[in-house]
Design a protein around this ligand. Structure first.
Ligand code: B3K
Ligand code: ZN
Length: 849
């Protein structure tokens, strides 16, 4: 009963379901290979629906019995589910089905992870549990009874009766099936509680496997911080008696916001200083916040259909970024997010997988949980906030919660709320949701008689299915500095609406230096003739921290591009300007560490491609190495001082302050590593008492070709800890020399601890290969072949993770003919695999274009 011929689903074809659901009762009789699911669903005709076709989704279900109002019926099997003749009046549908959680390697629906039952239903996994209208606009209150002998048995909502052999749960909030969750197994909890603003006591738990109890405290604090923050910032309180989080080892993504029962990939919740890096801590805090914030933006107000995914995801990413900015450093968070946006979303938006933030068609919705929907979706919320201003933004959000609580809403509903709250016309803004592609914003300037004019031109290149683009509304945050470095025009928002537009500033004594796109006020590629003197000036004087960082980044990018393209030597303008910054102890260490970062190999390849040069991955790697070596030599004394000065002596805390200090000290260590043959890294490895220090040292030793002993010791020390061993797999691959990467990855796939059944381990190995720039793209093609081999093997087990990892090939058209031919051959080999999943077929087809 699987959907045999994959079909394209279109936004324009949306129609409401013919019935509404008044209530759902589910009973689970747990057994690893033969779980019985009994459902009792009260349906009533939907007066708003154009037709009454009674179709229920269902996949991989073994039917036992089906009844309507107590009488046995025989449903008609149709692609993707069943159809029945149903009454025109309210009725009760009952079914019993059998499913096989132990055989479910796709990790979608009800499955087993290390002997524990767990679920993942978003987007369309509930149909693998029982017959149901598995679409987000059908919402209902659920009562769940779990029967089995597992010590802990959890579902959504509030706990009900419970005794040996069973547990009952009731979720009073109507929800779509994708938010259903069930967990059962041998779990222990880290308990706590939270009192809401209105005085309601909420029981909080993080459930983990025995042995992981000591890794829950940080996540629990993040949860309580999130609950408080959402009350204070958005006026949103939690709405159940209990909030449960469960850590699961085998999980396709980061986490899932099921109502009252969030399920997390263990890598996104378990934290301890010895086993987690500072970056892990920050990510865990953000993901806990993200899933918690979904309780309002996603659960109380959900999406009408999956085309509206950005309604919940873009907004929730924006909210979690606000949270991190408030708790930590706003500039650091913004810079990190923009690095990620450019690295993942710009890459997507400029290749064959480009799609609008709100797509208008899909074959497999799981392929659209993308950087465009999430990260660009969040940028759109940020632009709206910039355009309407802080006060009107919160006014609009209040109206959104008031008007749409309990709804399955659309982007039109969202924008209407802003229009009604602010009186603005957002018709042009909506293009950001409907049109794919990253706008190029070209700037020129002139100065006459005290008037400074900025002239902007916007152009968005064609994307698949969208050959021409209309001008967008672009909020451009601009400030002006005079040549002494004083700000003569504080940040102002220029609202660009035309294809070309000029903005003037009057009464200036001399030609100013512009600081354009402050705080990265729009997700565009800014193109402007500039020179190194101006960049160095902005790096030293700009009042906007993001643009100070950007100025340093532009210096580095310009220097690297000239090295790669023209064979230039490292530029002293860049080396000197960066040196001035990093040795200035008045500057935030975290900011200095970020300034020491370099554009990724992938970003360099894209930049070269945009400029009409075919990128050579090896030349990119060589230039980066040469520049890093030049920096190490030029900054040796500074690096020695910074490394010593920024050692943290207090007890470990994952605070912004300590994180910044360690980041700067480790950046210094990796420079010195190029000069001392690994001596300092070895010392740090031997004495490290936290994972941030230990992993940085291990990585440095491997890069220096001195890693053998440390690799063995690290494994011996951590072989009992899956999450740390994931780091061990990755570190060996991403720090290998390009010519060795594929072989190192291949050898690791032969290691007894390698398994393709665990997505974290698969990503730690094959994902690391795909991220190894020159290693993955080595002219031999060995990297391409190895990845394709494993994708072909993984696809029958886990289509979702396979399809996602095909994005490694999405940039293939940037490269030379020989590499293109090698990649095309691998893509065609994948596509010709008999029985290839719908997920992977769609991805590879789109990548091939
Ligand atoms: N909503 C989930 C993602 C579900 C992915 C389904 N393939 C996690 C999140 O965005 O919070
Ligand atoms: Zn989300």
């Amino acid at each position: 009963m699987k959907d045999a011929a994959p079909q394209t689903i279109y936004l324009k074809d949306y129609t409401p379901f013919g019935y509404v659901i008044e209530k759902v009762d589910l009973t689970f009789r747990l057994a690893p290979n033969a779980t019985r699911v009994l459902s009792r669903i009260r349906f009533a005709p939907n007066p708003d629906a154009p037709d009454r076709r009674f179709f229920l989704h269902g996949e991989d279900l073994r039917p036992i019995s089906t009844k309507i109002d107590g009488a046995d019926i025989t449903p008609r099997p149709v692609p993707g589910g069943i159809e029945c003749d149903a009454p025109d009046t309210p009725f009760t549908f009952e079914a019993e089905v059998e499913i096989d959680p132990a055989a479910n390697t796709a990790l979608e629906g009800l499955y087993m992870s290390n002997g524990m039952y767990c679920t993942q239903c978003e987007a369309e996994g509930f149909r693998k549990i029982t017959w149901y209208p598995d679409r987000p606009d059908v919402m209902a209150p659920f009562t769940v009874r779990i029967e089995g002998d597992e010590p802990v048995m959890l579902s959504n909502g509030n706990p009900g009766a419970r005794d040996a052999g069973f547990a009952e749960w009731h979720d009073p909030w109507p929800k779509p099936a994708y938010l259903f969750a069930l967990v059962a197994g041998d779990l222990v909890n880290h308990p706590d509680s939270f009192t809401t603003a209105s005085g309601k006591e909420v029981e909080l738990n993080i459930w983990v496997r025995p042995g992981d109890e000591d890794k829950c405290a940080f996540g629990m604090q993040a949860l309580k911080d999130s609950m408080k923050w959402d009350e204070e910032t958005y006026g949103r309180e939690y709405d159940l008696d209990v909030f449960n989080i469960v850590a699961v080892d085998d999980f396709n993504m980061g986490a899932m916001e099921n109502k009252g029962l969030n399920i997390f990939n263990s890598s996104c919740v378990l934290a301890s200083p010895e086993t987690s890096t500072d970056a892990n801590f920050e990510r865990i805090e953000a993901i806990i916040a993200h899933e918690y914030f979904h309780n309002w933006t996603g659960n109380r107000i959900t999406c009408r259909d999956w085309f509206q995914l950005c309604l919940k995801e873009g907004l929730t990413v924006f909210r979690d970024a606000q949270f991190t900015s408030d708790l930590r450093s706003a500039p650091v968070k913004r810079i990190e997010d923009v690095i990620m946006l450019r690295g993942r979303q710009f890459r997507e938006d400029n290749g064959p997988l480009a799609h609008p933030v709100r797509p208008d068609s899909f074959v497999e919705i799981n392929n659209f949980y993308t950087a465009t929907v999430y990260e660009k979706g969040a940028e759109l919320i940020g632009m709206l906030k910039t355009l309407v201003g802080e006060a009107d933004y919160y006014k609009a959000l209040d109206l959104y919660f008031q008007r749409h609580d309990g709804d399955a809403a659309t982007i039109e509903d969202w924008l209407k709320v802003f229009e009604d709250a602010t009186g603005r016309d957002l018709a042009q803004f909506k293009r950001w949701y409907d049109e794919a592609g990253t706008p190029r914003l070209t700037v020129s300037d002139s100065f006459n008689d005290g008037t400074y004019t900025l002239h902007f031109k916007q152009e968005t290149p064609p994307t698949p299915g969208q050959p021409t683009k209309d001008p967008r509304v672009i909020p451009i945050a601009v400030g002006l500095l005079n040549p002494n470095g004083d700000e003569v025009q504080p940040t102002t928002i220029l609202e660009m609406t035309d294809a070309e537009q000029s903005f003037s500033f009057e009464g200036l004594a001399s030609k100013p230096v512009p600081s354009i796109l402050r705080d990265f006020s729009a997700p565009v590629i800014l193109e402007r003739e500039s020179d190194n003197a101006e960049r160095a000036f902005l790096l030293a004087h700009d009042t906007d921290p993001f643009n100070r960082w950007q100025a340093g980044r532009d210096l580095a990018l310009d220097c690297l591009i000239r090295m790669i393209r023209d064979g230039a030597t490292p530029d002293s303008a860049y080396l000197d300007a960066l040196h001035t910054l990093i040795r200035d102890d008045a500057q935030d260490p975290a900011f200095r560490a970020l300034a020491l970062g370099l554009p990724s190999q992938d970003e360099l390849a894209q930049t070269l491609h945009d400029q009409g040069t075919t990128p050579d991955p090896q030349a990119i790697w060589d230039a980066l190495e040469t520049l890093k070596q030049a920096r190490a030599e030029a900054y040796q004394d500074t690096a020695t001082r910074l490394h010593a000065q920024y050692q943290v002596t207090e007890a470990y805390a994952a605070s912004a302050e300590q994180t910044g200090a360690r980041a700067l000290a480790n950046a210094a260590m990796s420079m010195l590593n190029r000069l001392d043959g690994g001596a300092l890294a070895q010392k740090q490895f031997d004495s490290a008492d936290n994972m941030t220090q230990q992993l940085a040292a291990l990585s440095a030793l491997i890069s220096a070709g001195k890693g053998d002993a440390a690799v063995t010791r690290f494994y011996d020390q951590w072989q009992h800890d899956r999450l740390v061993i994931d780091k061990w797999f990755s570190a060996q691959i991403v720090n290998a020399r390009p010519e060795d990467v594929a072989q190192v990855a291949k050898t690791l796939t032969e290691h007894p601890d390698f398994t393709m059944k665990n997505p974290n381990r698969f990503r730690a190995t094959l994902g690391a290969l795909a991220m190894s720039g020159a290693g993955f793209h080595h002219a031999s093609g060995a990297g391409y072949a190895l990845l394709a081999d494993w994708l072909i093997r993984l696809d029958p087990l886990n289509p979702q993770t396979t399809a996602r990892m095909c994005t490694a090939f999405e940039t293939w058209r940037r490269y030379d003919d020989a590499r293109q031919a090698l990649i095309r051959a691998q893509l065609e080999r994948i596509l010709s695999t008999p029985g290839l999943s719908r997920d992977t077929t769609e991805m590879v087809t789109r990548i091939l274009g």
